[in-house]
Design a protein around this ligand. Structure first.
Ligand code: NAD
Length: 462
């Protein structure tokens, strides 16, 4: 990392460039979005390679969760940009005779994006698309824990985007802290709730607006009465959303499952059979499950299982290989609720099942914990669905599937409470990086005499 004075000089140059107004031009924004799309298309092989190095992500998973989603976001932004940028006429009350008003989106200025390692391309570039589309200058700090992807971004972004307004700075927490000392017009952060608090505190200095995309424990409620006909579909979707998406290292992965006690052994048997179908008899040999990102995270997950009461609750899996950063898809039945496994975000391939007397008890269970980023419920029971929506609070609620909300541009993506502040994706990303400015124009021709002093009671009677 450069010295603080180098950094300040660079940011000063970026701010100066921004103030010249170039980034506000539609043609500039379109050129950047196209540049980014060219990068993704031309460097596809390098991207797959970097994701393999950092996380052992299979190219199919990498395309599904990162490249494909980014290209979709870029196509949408390119297609709708002019509509998003256009001003909207605002209706005025009759009293504002001969006046007009509009709402104009304007960029915020120089913005900072700090991202996480689990989708190192997606979580860096999806917010970048919104920031550029909205006409901002951007500094992106990818996560140091996905070093191959961070290096790939740092090496290529200057070749595809205008480096006077878009810059990638690599580094870890120390660099993050240096960046936080600077003045920004917006900070967009993806990461843990712990660091989210640090970001928010730093932002108070300049009253900088923040978007915080944080984590937490996303529950899945499985209603046994509803699923009998669609068991295999349900179990496939559950396993995909726990083990098939960066090995559970996803903010919207299912953290734990809530199911009725009388149904737990059938459920466990089905899960075990389908895990074998997805990842084979020896999942360590499978190329369909990502690896744990690094040793610290491996040891963190190992420690969760080292608790003897937790270990005793394992009904499937539990094998670990530290040298290969591999953890087998692991299922646990009724681990202690006060164990770290059930109090901390898991962020790995461990799936606890918590049994309840009746499925409706899940509502109190969820409400007694911090508001999750996503709540999943597999149920056809309309009353239960309605209760889930109205009696619980979460970033999103998805019935009969999981994770798919991430790929839908028309749904705002973000958390609530400890799972985050703000939202993005699709047009919401553009909005997140824009200020909606009210503009009104009055004619000199008319005026109402009663708006001006001196006051007297006849004006009140009007
Ligand atoms: P993290 O909070 O440790 O790091 C995130 C980013 O912040 C990294 O770029 C890191 O270098 C930087 N950072 C760390 N300490 C900093 C500091 N003191 N000052 C400034 N920057 C600092 O999180 P992580 O380990 O990368 O990611 C895991 C967490 O992120 C999980 O909790 C997960 O749920 C959450 N997450 C949320 C989303 C979402 O969209 N809501 C997506 C992915 C991950």
């Amino acid at each position: 990392m450069e010295t603080i004075s180098d950094l300040e000089k660079q940011l000063g140059g970026m701010r100066e460039f921004y103030l010249k107004g170039k980034t506000k031009e539609a043609s500039w924004r379109i050129a950047q979005l196209k540049g980014l799309r060219n990068f993704l298309r031309e460097k596809e092989e390098d991207i797959f390679e970097a994701l393999k190095k950092d996380l052992r992500k299979h190219p199919v998973e990498a395309y599904r969760d990162e490249l494909g989603i980014l290209i979709k976001s870029l196509n949408l932004a390119l297609n709708d940009l002019k509509k998003w940028m256009s001003s909207k006429t605002a209706k005025l009350p009759i009293i504002a005779l001969l006046s007009s008003a509009e709402i104009i989106p304007e960029p915020l200025g120089l913005v900072l994006i700090i991202s996480s390692w689990n989708f190192p391309l997606g979580l860096s570039l999806d917010p970048l698309i919104g920031a550029i589309a909205a006409g901002n200058a951007v500094v992106l700090k990818p996560s140091e824990l996905a070093p191959a992807c961070a290096a790939l971004l740092a090496a290529n972004i200057p070749n595809y985007l205008d480096s006077k307004a878009v810059k990638v700075i690599q580094g870890g927490p120390a660099v993050g802290e240096q960046l936080l000392q600077q003045k920004w017009d917006k900070i967009f952060f993806t990461g843990s709730t712990r660091v989210g608090r640090i970001i928010m505190l730093a932002a108070t200095k300049h009253l900088t607006p923040v978007t915080l995309e944080l984590g937490g424990k996303c529950p899945l409620v499985l209603d046994s009465l509803s699923w009998s006909l669609d068991k295999e579909v349900a179990v496939n979707r559950i396993l995909f959303a726990k083990f098939g998406c960066c090995a559970g290292q996803a903010c919207i992965a299912i953290d734990y499952l809530l199911a009725e006690k009388q149904f737990s052994s059938t459920l466990v048997n089905l899960l075990k059979a389908m895990v074998k179908k997805m990842f084979g008899e020896n999942p360590k040999e499978s190329c369909s499950i990502s690896r744990i990102v690094n040793k610290d995270n491996f040891l963190r997950l190992k420690k969760l299982l080292d608790d003897p009461l937790v270990k005793a609750s394992i009904v499937h899996g539990g094998q670990m290989d530290e040298d290969n950063l591999f953890i087998e898809p692991t299922i646990l039945l009724d681990p202690p609720l006060e164990s770290e496994l059930m109090t901390e975000e898991i962020f790995g391939p461990l799936l606890p099942i918590i049994t309840l007397e009746k499925i409706e008890d899940s509502i109190d269970f969820i409400n007694s914990r911090p508001k999750p980023l996503a709540l999943y419920a597999f149920t056809k029971n309309k009353t239960l669905q309605r209760r889930m929506i109205t009696e619980t609070s979460s970033g999103s609620v998805i019935f009969n599937d999981a994770i798919i909300q991430f790929a839908v541009d028309t749904l705002p993506f973000g958390g609530i409470g400890e799972s985050g502040i703000g939202k993005y994706h699709g047009k919401f990303s553009f909005d997140t990086f824009s200020h909606y400015k009210s503009v009104a124009r009055r004619s000199f021709l008319t005026d109402f005499w009663f708006r001006f002093p001196p006051w007297n009671n006849s004006k009140l009677l009007l």
